[in-house]
Design a protein. Structure first.
Lengths: 160, 754
C-alpha cells in the first residue's frame, strides 16, 4: 500500500512523515516518530492512555488516523514541560503521588491540561467527569483529583 | 553475616516522610520506558493466533501459506516449543498455556504465532494459518464443572486429597482442608446459626499496560529479554527451562511496569517471543492487544462458597465452617486452598473447618490477583458474620471485636499469631466519625474485615557509594507502585544521610543475585530488610576507612547520623568524618565502598484491615453509587505514608469494581463476550468518591523498622463491606458478586414476591 505524506506540527515543531492510510496517529507517534509517551492500553478509545490534543481538542490518538494529522497542531506529553520547568500539573502529580505504576499518567496529564484550559476552576465533580475517559487501575483516583485541584489553584494564582 | 532482623523500636528521621519518588519525573514527562516502549535493531513484530473455541482437539495446523507470505520471517506452533519440562507438571502446564499442544482449552488459548516485518504483515499471516479443530463440549461454570455429567477437561486428573484415589477422572483437581476443634460440637452449642451460599464472578486484574516484551536470541546462544514483569528472575528461570537455554545466558531486564496486581507473575507471551526470535534469527517485539489480555491472561477465580457460622446469644462464635469451590482455568491450581486458609483468619475460633475444591473449567488459567482468593472468601464469611450479628441483636463491629483474633490466637489455617492488627482496626472503625454519620433514604452502610498472609522470600541487594558520596541502591524486586522511593528512604535512614543522596534502581538478572518476584506484598518488606543489611555492611567499610584515615583502631570508630565518630577521650581532637568525606578519599583508602546483602526475608507480619462503605441504591433501576469509603489498615510501619495510602485506596477501588460491575461474561458457545474496557467496565473517576484512609502501625517484630507488607490486604474487605452496605440499604441479603443492577433488581423482586 502506498504511504501517505503528512505535514504537521507536533509540540510546536514542524514534522513530516509517511504513513499507511490505515495507520493510527498513536502508531505514527510511537513507532515512526519515537514519541512513546502516549501509551496503547486498549486500542479502542476506552482507556485514554493515548490521549493527545489535536487543534485544542482532546482525542484518543488510537482513534485518529496518522493521515488526519495533516496541517494540524498536535500536543503530546513530550511537549508539556518547558525545558527544565515542569507544568504545574506534572509537579502536582509528583507531589501528591498521583501515580503508582504511571502508565496512565501521560494520558491523565494531557486530559487534565485540556480540562483546565476549558474550565480553570473546576469543582471536584467536574474534575471527576472531566477525567472519566481515562482509566487508572492503581490509585482509586483520589490523589489524581487532589493533584488536579491543587494544580488548578496554582495556575489561577500564576495567572493573576 | 550476622544480620539481626528484629524490631528495635528506634526513632526515624527519613522513614515516615513523603518525598518525591526517584522515577517520578520520567513518568510525568513520558520518558519512562514500559514494556512496549523499547526497540532493537532489526526487530520484527510478533503476533499470536488464538483458539476461537472453548474446548477443541487440534487435529492439524497448516502454516505453509503463512510462511510463504512476503515479510513473514517465522511461524511457530507447539512443535517449536518441545516439551523439556522433564516430568515437572507445573512447568508443563505453563508450557501448554503458552502454546496449546493437543487441545485448545479456552477461548483465547494460543495455537500458533508469527514474526513478520510489520504488524500488518503479521496480522495477514495469522489469517493464512489453517487450524483443523475438533470442537468438544465445554464447561465454564464452577458448579457445573463439578458435576459428574460435566465435559472432562483433562482425563489425567484424579482428585487429590481424598482418602482414597478416585477410580474416575474429574474436573476437581484437589480437595484441601483446614481447621481445628469439632465443628459438630460447636454448632450444637450455638443459639443461632446462619447458613448461606454465595457466588462471585471472575474478574481481571485490569492493569492498563498489556503484556509486552522484546526478545532476542543471539547466534552465540545468549539471549536478552526486555519485559514488563513483576519478577524478572523468575521469568528468566521459566523461559530458560521452556526454551532449553542456560539461565545464565538469558539476561532479563524488567521494564517499567504498567500495573501487575499479580497478573504479571506468570509467563505467557515471553517464551513465544523467544521461540519466534530463535527461529527468525532476529529480535521480536510481542505486545498483547487488550482483547488478548482479557481472553488469555489473568484472571481471578470464579467461586461458589457455602458458609455456616453459629454463635451463642452473648455473641461468642461457637463454630464456623465453609466449603469453597474456586475455578482454576483448565490447569491445576491452589486457589481454593488459599481461600480455605484465609476465610476465617480474622477470628478466634475454637471449632473451625474449611474445605477447598480446585475446579477445572474452560476459561483462561487463573492467575494471582492481589491477595489472591482472599476477597471471595471474605465476602462469604463477612456477609454471614454480619447477618449473624444482626440475628442475635449485636452491633456488627462489637460482634467482630468480641470474636477477633489476638496475639496468641491459633489461626484457622494453623500458626499462632504474634502481635496483630485486627482488633485495633476494629476499634478504630468503631470510633471513626464515618460510623456515626447520618444516612439518607435508600442508603446503607456496611463494614467488613480482611486478612492477608504477606510474604518475604529470597532477596538480594547492592548498595554502592560513589566518590561524590551519592548512594546507588540496586534492588531486584520490581517497583510496582513507588518502592524505589521507600527503599531510598530506608537506605538514607540507615546511613544517616539525606534522601536526595540516594537513588534506587531495579537491576537486571545479570547484575544482581536471584530475587523472588514482587508478590505477596513483599517488595518493600523484603527489599527494605536487605537494604538495611546492605547499608550496615557498607557502614562497616566506612568505619574501617575512617579508622585508616585517622590511623586508629576500627573498634574506636562508631557511625552516628551519617558520620564516622572516634569514641573515647584519647581521640578527643578528632572531628567527625562525613560519608561524603570518606567516599572522596576511597580511591586512596582501599577502593570503592559498597555493601551487599543476600537473605531470605522471613517473618513477613500478617496484615489486617477493616473497611467502611456507604452506598446509595436506586430501587427502581438497581444502580448503585458508593458515596463514602474508609480504609483502616495496619502497615506495621509506613515507610512512605503517601504510597501506603495509595495502596489502600487502589485496593479499595479495585474491590469496588469487583463488587459492583466487573465480571467475565461467557456465551453458551464458551466464548468471552466482553473482552474490552467498554464492556468489562472498571471504575472510572466519576464512579468513585474520595477514599479516606487511616494507617495504623502495629510493628512487625520480625523487621528492624517494624514494616509489614501493605499492598494486597486492601482488596480483601471491599466485596463484603459493599455487599453488607447494599444489603442494609435494600433490606435483602445480597449473595452474588458483582451486584450489578439486574442482580439487585432480581433480588428486590424475589423479596417482593416472597
Amino acid at each position: 500500500m502506498a504511504g501517505v505524506a503528512v505535514s504537521t506540527t507536533i509540540n510546536g515543531d514542524h514534522v513530516e512523515y509517511l504513513c499507511q492510510p490505515d495507520e493510527t496517529l498513536l502508531d505514527v507517534l510511537r513507532d515512526r516518530l519515537g514519541l512513546t509517551g502516549a501509551k496503547e492500553g486498549c486500542g479502542t478509545g476506552d482507556c485514554g492512555a493515548c490521549s493527545v490534543i489535536v487543534d485544542d481538542r482532546l482525542v484518543c490518538s488510537c482513534l485518529v488516523l496518522g493521515a488526519e494529522a495533516e496541517g494540524r497542531q498536535i500536543e503530546t506529553i513530550e511537549g508539556m514541560a518547558h525545558g527544565d520547568q515542569l507544568h504545574p500539573l506534572q509537579q502536582k502529580f509528583l507531589e501528591h503521588a498521583a501515580l503508582q505504576c504511571g502508565i496512565c499518567t501521560p494520558g491523565f496529564l494531557i486530559a487534565a491540561k485540556d480540562l483546565l484550559a476549558k474550565n480553570p476552576d473546576p469543582t471536584e465533580e467536574e474534575i471527576r467527569f472531566g477525567l472519566a475517559g481515562n482509566l487508572c487501575r492503581c490509585t482509586g483516583y483520589d490523589k489524581i483529583v487532589r493533584a488536579v485541584q491543587d494544580a488548578a489553584n496554582v495556575m489561577k494564582e500564576g495567572s493573576r | 553475616m550476622n544480620f539481626d532482623p528484629r524490631y528495635s523500636g528506634r526513632s526515624f528521621s527519613s522513614v515516615g516522610t513523603r518525598p518525591i519518588r526517584p522515577d517520578g519525573v520520567d513518568k510525568v514527562t513520558g520518558r519512562a520506558r514500559y514494556g512496549a516502549d523499547f526497540n532493537m535493531a532489526g526487530q520484527l513484530v510478533g503476533r499470536v493466533l488464538r483458539s476461537p473455541h472453548a474446548h477443541a482437539v487440534i487435529r492439524k495446523i497448516d502454516t505453509s501459506k503463512a510462511e510463504k507470505l512476503a515479510g513473514v520471517k517465522a511461524v511457530i506452533t507447539a512443535a517449536d516449543l518441545p516439551d523439556l519440562t522433564d516430568g515437572d507438571a507445573a512447568m508443563y502446564d505453563i508450557l501448554d498455556n503458552c502454546m496449546a499442544r493437543k487441545k485448545a482449552l479456552y477461548d483465547g488459548h494460543a495455537v500458533a504465532a508469527v514474526a513478520a516485518i510489520d504488524a500488518r504483515t503479521a496480522r495477514q499471516a495469522l489469517k493464512l494459518i489453517e487450524v483443523d479443530y475438533e470442537v468438544l463440549p465445554h464447561v465454564t461454570d464452577v458448579d457445573e464443572a463439578m458435576k459428574h455429567s460435566a465435559p472432562l477437561i483433562n482425563d489425567a486428573i484424579f482428585t487429590e486429597g481424598l482418602e482414597e484415589k478416585p477410580v474416575k477422572p474429574s474436573n476437581v483437581y484437589k480437595r484441601t482442608q483446614y481447621g481445628h476443634g469439632d465443628v459438630h460440637q460447636g454448632f450444637a452449642e450455638a443459639d443461632m446459626i446462619v447458613e448461606r451460599s454465595f457466588k462471585t464472578e471472575q474478574t481481571h486484574q485490569g492493569y492498563i499496560e498489556p503484556h509486552a516484551c522484546v526478545a532476542s536470541v543471539n547466534p552465540d546462544g545468549t539471549a536478552d529479554l526486555w519485559v514488563c514483569t513483576q519478577g524478572h528472575f523468575v521469568y528468566r528461570q521459566h523461559c530458560a527451562q521452556l526454551l532449553g537455554l542456560e539461565a545464565s545466558k538469558l539476561r532479563v531486564t524488567s521494564s517499567e511496569i504498567g500495573g501487575g496486581f499479580g497478573g504479571k507473575t506468570h509467563v505467557w507471551a515471553e517464551p513465544v517471543a523467544l521461540a519466534l526470535s530463535r527461529k527468525a534469527g532476529r529480535p521480536v517485539k510481542l505486545v498483547m492487544t487488550r482483547d488478548e489480555v482479557f481472553r488469555a491472561s489473568g484472571p481471578t477465580s470464579a467461586t461458589s462458597i457455602d458458609v455456616k457460622i453459629g454463635a451463642r446469644n452473648d455473641g461468642t462464635i461457637t463454630a464456623a465452617e465453609a466449603t469453597l469451590r474456586y475455578s482454576c482455568g483448565p490447569y491445576a491450581g491452589m486457589w481454593a486452598e488459599i481461600g480455605a486458609m484465609t476465610a476465617f483468619a480474622c477470628y478466634k475460633l475454637e471449632n473451625v473447618k474449611t474445605v477447598g475444591y480446585e475446579v477445572l473449567v474452560n476459561r483462561p488459567k487463573t492467575a494471582a490477583y492481589r491477595a489472591p482468593s482472599a476477597p471471595m472468601a471474605a465476602f462469604a464469611v463477612e456477609s454471614a458474620v454480619d447477618e449473624l450479628a444482626k440475628d442475635i441483636g449485636m452491633d456488627p463491629v462489637d460482634f467482630r471485636i468480641k470474636n477477633a483474633a489476638q496475639e496468641g490466637t491459633r489461626a484457622s489455617y494453623g500458626p499462632v499469631y504474634g502481635p496483630i492488627g485486627i482488633g485495633p482496626t476494629l476499634e478504630a472503625v468503631k470510633n471513626h466519625p464515618h460510623m456515626k454519620a447520618p444516612l439518607k433514604q435508600n442508603q446503607g452502610r456496611g463494614m467488613a474485615c480482611g486478612f492477608w498472609f504477606n510474604f518475604g522470600g529470597q532477596t538480594c541487594t547492592d548498595l554502592n557509594i560513589g566518590m561524590d558520596g551519592s548512594v546507588s541502591l540496586a534492588v531486584g524486586t520490581v517497583d510496582v507502585g513507588g518502592s524505589r522511593a521507600s527503599l531510598s528512604l530506608v537506605a538514607a535512614e540507615e546511613l544517616g544521610i539525606d534522601y536526595s543522596q540516594v537513588k534506587a534502581v531495579v537491576a537486571d538478572t545479570s547484575s544482581l543475585g536471584y530475587n523472588d518476584m514482587t508478590d505477596g506484598s513483599r517488595g518493600t518488606f523484603s527489599s527494605s530488610m536487605a537494604t538495611i543489611s546492605a547499608a550496615r555492611n557498607a557502614i562497616k567499610v566506612l568505619r574501617e576507612r575512617a579508622a585508616q584515615m585517622w590511623d586508629i583502631p576500627v573498634d574506636d570508630v562508631v557511625w552516628e547520623k551519617g558520620h564516622a565518630v572516634a569514641k573515647g577521650e584519647k581521640h578527643g581532637n578528632l572531628g567527625k568524618l562525613s560519608l561524603k568525606e570518606i567516599a572522596a578519599q576511597s580511591g586512596k583508602t582501599g577502593g570503592p565502598i559498597a555493601g551487599h546483602s543476600e537473605l531470605v526475608a522471613d517473618g513477613a507480619g500478617v496484615s489486617f484491615a477493616t473497611h467502611i462503605c456507604d452506598i446509595e441504591v436506586d430501587p427502581e433501576t438497581g444502580s448503585t453509587r458508593v458515596i463514602r469509603y474508609t480504609v483502616v489498615q495496619d502497615a506495621g510501619k509506613a515507610v512512605h505514608p503517601t504510597y501506603v495510602e495509595g495502596q489502600y485506596q487502589g485496593g479499595a477501588a479495585q474491590g469496588i469494581g469487583w463488587a459492583l460491575n466487573e465480571e467475565y461474561i461467557y456465551g453458551k458457545d464458551g466464548r468471552l463476550q466482553n473482552p474490552g474496557f467498554l464492556d468489562y467496565r472498571i471504575p472510572v473517576c466519576s464512579d468513585l468518591p474520595m477514599i479516606d484512609t487511616q494507617i495504623l502501625e502495629i510493628p512487625n517484630p520480625n523487621h528492624p523498622y517494624g514494616v509489614r507488607g501493605v499492598g494486597e490486604t486492601s482488596i480483601v474487605p471491599p466485596l463484603a463491606a459493599i455487599a453488607n452496605a447494599v444489603s442494609n440499604a435494600v433490606g435483602v441479603r445480597m449473595t452474588h458478586i458483582p451486584m450489578s443492577p439486574p442482580r439487585i433488581l432480581a433480588a428486590l423482586e424475589a423479596e417482593r414476591e416472597g
